[in-house]
Design a protein around this ligand. Structure first.
Ligand code: SF4
Length: 483
């Protein structure tokens, strides 16, 4: 059999950008280096696909042992289909029109087959439908009598009650009609992308919004290398579309932006700050903001994680779990490490008791997750409702000084962390003993540790949590001093 030129992932890559496909096939070495955060994210992840196989028990697995063994998997799948020797196939492999695909689950229904592709998300996206349409096209073209195509994803409304009920945890959505509508497009795109693979030089594609949509491209470092320092693409209060509209019209640097009068207030402030290099303080706005905070506020930090498959009673897919937290004071009771092998609700609630008993404001940098966690705990435990609601009402989110445009620092990007902000304002003074360089790596450290956790990991997480309380308090004081 002739070697395939495209797979599902390279097809989706090519649909996003033909240059990305060309570079991937011919200039792979130009890919961006994978950051420790990306590596940690890849190596994490619950294998929702494996769990979903239990919806269709007793199947035969055709998954290749290595990428070089696709031909064997292809033969094995063909043989099972021809001989009707199984009713369920996992990781079925097909090839047609020089495209190779692997489907999560194939189920025989009388004389035909139904296809099931599993997604670990809570809903269906256009990319998933495109992906399904490609798989359908290849299976049909390879001669399979395929009847229906289903996308299987996690049910956002599922609440665990006792044992996991897989038929309620997963939703099977019949997308056959959408998949059939996309067949002419798929045939046409495969021809076009095979043409791209056969090119002798890279297609000319300008950088644009597609560099991050639907996925961040891994050739950004290469393609964006000529973007000047001080480019409009660095701006914070412009949408990606607005930034590329400026860039494409020839306004490459923010110093070249004319007609500032048409900009909104946030954009005007940002532009002034970036051009002068100075920070912005809305002193009256900040005074009003700080007037809402009690005299002796408590500074809290929280590291949390979304768990795809609910592990305990009352939990939903992607419910938040507290991993570590702290609210200063330096004593043992002001630190929380989730070392439980069952639901942490009770132990986290106990940890929160001093905060619940106090009347002080609780200052958090980026409080959305903490508020969500309190709200979900109250739903799972009605006895916690009153206390968690009262506590939530006293939370002050310090990151709101950015969204309310009370403070602006021209060096912050769009998606910044407390660690980055602290480094900008205070240099390395708060960072010397921080054991992880980001929440992603701290979460990864937590997830890798066996439970109950070893003392060294628990200590590192406590130190990470403490460093975030210190940085939150330092930023709070920094702003107050400017009033
Ligand atoms: S960085 Fe943008 S232009 Fe370059 S290959 Fe990726 S998507 Fe295409």
């Amino acid at each position: 059999m002739e070697k395939h030129l495209l797979s599902k992932s390279t097809f989706i890559r090519g649909m996003q950008c033909s240059k990305s496909l060309y570079l991937y096939k011919h200039r792979y070495f130009l890919r961006d280096r994978i950051s420790p955060e990306q590596l940690a994210r890849f190596s994490r992840g619950t294998d929702v696909g494996l769990l979903a196989q239990n919806l269709f028990p007793d199947g035969i697995d055709c998954k290749p042992a290595s990428p070089r063994q696709y031909a064997k998997s292809l033969e094995k799948t063909q043989q099972i289909v021809i001989e009707a020797s199984a009713d369920v196939i996992y990781e079925a492999v097909f090839q047609h029109h020089q495209v190779l695909i692997m489907l999560d689950v194939l189920v025989r229904e009388n004389e035909s087959w139904n296809a099931y592709e599993v997604k670990s998300s809570l809903k269906i996206s256009d990319t998933f439908l495109l992906d399904a349409a490609l798989q359908y096209y290849v299976m049909k073209g390879a001669g399979l009598a395929i009847d229906k195509f289903f996308l299987v994803h996690l049910n956002p409304d599922y609440v665990r009650n006792g044992q996991l009920e897989l038929h309620q945890l997963f939703v099977k959505t019949d997308v056959t009609d959408q998949v059939l509508q996309r067949q002419p497009l798929i045939a046409q795109k495969i021809d076009a992308l095979i043409g791209v693979v056969g090119l002798t030089k890279s297609p000319e594609v300008s950088i644009g919004t597609h560099c991050n949509q639907p996925y961040p491209c891994d050739f950004i470092g290469h393609c964006h290398k000529n973007v000047p320092v001080g480019s409009v693409l660095e701006l914070t209060y412009w949408s990606t579309e607005e930034k590329f509209a400026l860039y494409d019209s020839g306004t490459l640097k923010f110093s070249e932006i004319k007609n500032a009068a048409v900009l909104n207030q946030a954009q005007q402030i940002e532009l002034r700050c970036r051009q002068s290099g100075c920070e912005y303080f809305d002193k009256n706005g900040l005074k009003d903001f700080f007037n809402k905070i009690s005299n002796a506020p408590i500074f809290l930090s929280l590291l949390s994680h979304r768990q795809a498959v609910p592990a305990w009673q009352g939990y939903k897919p992607y419910d938040l779990l507290p991993l570590s937290a702290g609210f200063g004071g330096g004593n043992e009771n002001s630190n929380f490490i989730n070392n439980a092998t069952d639901s942490p609700d009770e132990s986290f609630f106990k940890f929160l008791q001093p905060l619940i008993a106090s009347n002080e404001s609780v200052v958090v940098f980026d409080a959305a997750r903490f508020k969500e966690l309190l709200q979900r705990m109250a739903v799972r435990n009605s006895n916690m409702l009153q206390d968690t609601e009262a506590l939530a009402a006293r939370i002050i989110d310090l990151k709101e000084v950015f969204s309310q445009i009370l403070y602006y620092n021209p060096q912050v990007g769009q998606d910044f962390s407390l660690l980055q902000l602290s480094k900008l304002i205070f240099g390395n003074s708060h960072l010397t003993n921080v054991p992880f360089i980001s929440d992603t790596l701290a979460t990864s450290g937590y997830l890798k540790a066996a439970k109950p956790m070893d003392a060294a990991t628990a200590q590192k997480l406590a130190a990470y949590s403490q460093s975030h309380q210190v940085m939150t308090e330092a930023f709070y004081k920094y702003l107050i001093e400017k009033l």
